[in-house]
Write a protein that binds this ligand. Structure first.
Ligand SMILES: [Zn+2]
Length: 199
């Protein structure tokens, strides 16, 4: 019953994570009622995001520059790489101010029903190449969420990475993060202790 321009936008919004029909409708009618100023602000923010955000060619973090500010920072320890699923997890660990090593963002996890192409889209080959090319890397911290996909990914990575560099120390966050929880929503104190007591 909606016009095609309304329906098109609803369908586009429904592709976003956790947005269903009702939420999409709420957004569209909110913008129609709020008028041009807010829609333009949104358009400008999206344009900026696309134009100014880069994928770090080293760690796959998102930043305004590549290599990103973390990879470029000479004060960071180069021998430890913390592997996370998403940039938001990196941000959660950075917010604790307890970690001074580098990162590697996988851009997802291995799910049980993933196809080979979906697994290839993760930045696993890039991580393998990185540890091959950088013998100064001594420790890999697997900081993935303690849920099924996270566990599957950590087991897979451990096996693959040790094949390339049997001398690597591979650690994971200490237990304490609630099982099945999302790392990026863990509180800071829990995250700090999980990092300090990694094993
Ligand atoms: Zn980087």
């Amino acid at each position: 019953m909606y016009s095609s321009s309304i329906n098109n936008l609803i369908e586009a919004l429904k592709k976003l994570p956790s947005v269903g029909q009702r939420t999409a409708e709420r957004f569209v009618f909110y913008w129609l009622k709020s008028g041009k100023k807010e829609v333009n602000e949104l358009r400008e923010a999206l344009n900026n995001l696309l134009q100014n955000t880069k994928s770090c060619e080293v760690c796959w973090n998102f930043d305004d520059i590549s290599p990103c500010r973390i990879c470029e920072d000479i004060k960071r320890q180069k021998e430890t790489v913390c592997v996370v699923s998403e940039t938001q997890d990196l941000a959660a660990i950075e917010n604790t101010r307890e970690y001074s090593g580098l990162y590697h963002v996988l851009r997802g996890n291995i799910n049980a029903d993933d196809t080979e192409t979906e697994i290839k889209n993760l930045k696993i080959e890039e991580l393998k190449n990185r540890i091959k090319q950088h013998p100064e890397i001594k420790e890999i911290i697997l900081a993935l969420s303690p849920d099924l996909a996270g566990e599957t990914t950590m087991m897979y990575l451990k096996k693959e990475l040790l094949q390339i560099r049997p001398d690597l120390k591979i650690t994971r966050l200490a237990r304490g993060l609630p099982l099945g929880s999302d790392l990026q929503y863990a509180d800071e104190i829990t995250l700090i202790s999980a990092l300090k007591n990694r094993n």
